[in-house]
Design a protein around this ligand. Structure first.
Ligand SMILES: Nc1ncnc2c1ncn2[C@@H]1O[C@H](COP(=O)(O)OP(=O)(O)OP(=O)(O)O)[C@@H](O)[C@H]1O
Ligand SMILES: [Mg+2]
Length: 357
């Protein structure tokens, strides 16, 4: 299985004026003091594969102070083919170029450079609201079912139109035509999620129970009441939706519920356990996508040791290593014992990156 980021360059991204990296195809460690630029570098690499910041930052805060725009460029090997992938963003908006041709957006980037991230905020996948878990599930569906992105876009468009009609005070009859389109597209999104969830469940369970060392349950909730179709849920909910001015039933309200021992994982587990459970979800998604795509993914680990005791960190890294992906990790110190073999090391200081020989 191939896929490796052969080289990467970030220009004017956060504190990185011009940072260049030629990572190893397996294990890489970037170390440096607080505020040296470690997370910024991972954020830049992740931006090249996602078209957005994993820290949720707006474009303007990603552009280096006093610069106008940032540029990211990577050379990527996928199934024995090496190609260039570039991104530029600033006042002119997002510009993507792949293999020398301009065009495409976040979906194009995600296809060209599939990656996953574990950062110190990862626990919010378990502890936060359903939106992150929907996004997580959608990432898996996107890689398992290539036509999903189009269904999802159509659904979002239909939802936007129905919500606009609700806000404009549309009558029940006017809403009826929007309901048909929304329920048709919504069913497609839900069915794809449900199919992929069924396939993913055993892998999710193995990773979660392996890392937490106790039983964990996952349940997919589709976003409207059981026992009725989406069309019925939309019809019976019209008066309520008119009151709210937005659609209250549908796949945009779906969730991936987790249970751990006797309650919801969100309430019960400690912060370290929330992190482990979230990491398990990310690693399971990586394993599923790798097996479907038949290529290795890039896994970015920002300070993986944060909040984990040495036993938990050991179990996490064991599974990371077993996944056989390309790993770029960060740490405050040059700790090579994270990996079973010495990683390629880079030191970063005030946004300047250098290879450690
Ligand atoms: N747009 C920007 N332009 C210039 N510098 C920025 C910009 N955005 C953030 N910074 C600075 O970049 C520096 C590096 O931040 P970063 O989060 O990458 O550090 P880090 O090495 O991950 O630190 P820690 O170990 O604390 O996590 C910080 O000093 C931050 O203030
Ligand atoms: Mg950091």
């Amino acid at each position: 299985m191939s896929l490796a980021l052969h080289s990467f360059k970030a220009t004017d991204f956060r504190c990185l004026a011009a940072a260049e990296l030629e990572p190893d195809s397996r294990f890489n460690l970037i170390y440096g003091n607080n505020a040296s630029g470690k997370t910024s570098l991972l954020e830049a690499i992740a931006y090249l594969g996602r078209g957005r910041s994993f820290r949720g930052a707006a474009t303007q805060s990603l552009v280096r102070h006093s610069a106008r725009e940032f540029l990211l460029f990577g050379r990527i090997e996928q199934k024995d083919r090496v190609f260039g992938l570039g991104v530029k963003n600033g006042p002119g908006g997002l510009l993507v170029s792949a293999e020398g041709a301009h065009g495409g957006g976040a979906a194009e980037l995600a296809r060209r450079l599939p990656l996953q991230i574990i950062d110190p905020e990862i626990h919010s996948l378990v502890a936060g609201g359903p939106e992150e878990r929907r996004r997580y599930l959608d990432w898996v569906v996107f890689h398992v079912e290539p036509t999903y992105v189009e269904d999802w876009r159509r659904f979002r468009r239909a939802l936007k139109q129905r919500n606009a009609a609700l806000k404009a005070g549309a009558t029940r009859d006017e809403l009826h035509s929007w309901d048909q389109e929304l329920s048709c597209q919504g069913d497609r999104v839900h069915l794809a999620r449900e199919r992929v969830f069924e396939v993913a469940l055993p892998t999710l369970t193995v990773f979660a129970e392996g890392l937490l060392q106790s039983p964990v349950g996952f349940e997919y909730r589709r976003g409207w009441a059981e026992g009725v179709t989406l069309a019925e849920a939309l019809a019976t909910g019209r008066a309520r939706d008119q009151q709210f001015g937005s659609t209250q039933s549908g796949p945009h309200r779906a969730d991936l519920r987790l249970s751990y021992e006797k309650g919801l994982a969100r309430r019960l587990v400690s912060r370290g356990q929330q992190k482990l459970l979230s990491c398990a979800m990310v690693l399971a998604a990586t394993a599923i996508a790798q097996s479907k795509l038949q290529q290795r993914l890039l896994l970015l680990l920002d300070d993986p040791a944060a909040e984990l005791d040495s036993g938990s960190l050991g179990r996490l890294m064991e599974r990371v290593v077993a996944l056989d992906c390309q790993v770029i990790a960060t740490a405050l110190e040059p700790q090579s014992r994270l990996f079973p073999q010495p990683p390629l090391m880079f030191h970063v200081e005030q946004g300047v990156l250098s290879k450690v020989c």
